[in-house]
Design a protein around this ligand. Structure first.
Ligand code: SF4
Ligand code: SF4
Length: 101
């Protein structure tokens, strides 16, 4: 079991989540973050931090977001760890509004 970042993070990348992760398992992609399933300890601390509700416990993933389990595993393996808050992407506020948050 792991936690999973989904498409709501795309174009957003607020990075509030990384500051609470006790095991530094977030990895930095071009337009979103990914969680390394081998490192995540399922503490759940990141879920309420995300302003666009992009993070799910794997067992809570909606049917139409199941593909993100494998995407997170694949991408996290190739990308650097992100454990410090970064400036959001320039598109972040527009994306947040588009998502209804
Ligand atoms: S807080 Fe949410 S939107 Fe921001 S980087 Fe983390 S998962 Fe992505
Ligand atoms: S559930 Fe905990 S260990 Fe897993 S990514 Fe979120 S903060 Fe990190």
């Amino acid at each position: 079991m792991t936690h999973v970042v989904t498409d709501n993070c795309q174009k957003c990348r607020f990075t509030d989540c990384v500051t609470v992760c006790p095991v530094d398992c977030f990895h930095l992609g071009e337009d979103m973050l990914y969680i390394d399933p081998d490192e995540c300890i399922d503490c759940g601390a990141c879920v309420p931090e995300c302003p666009v509700e992009a993070i799910y416990m794997e067992e809570d993933l909606p049917d139409d977001k199941q593909e993100w389990v494998q995407i997170n595993a694949d991408r996290a393996a190739d990308l650097p760890v992100c454990n410090e808050k970064l400036d959001p992407l320039p598109t972040a506020e527009a994306r947040k509004t588009e998502l209804g948050f």
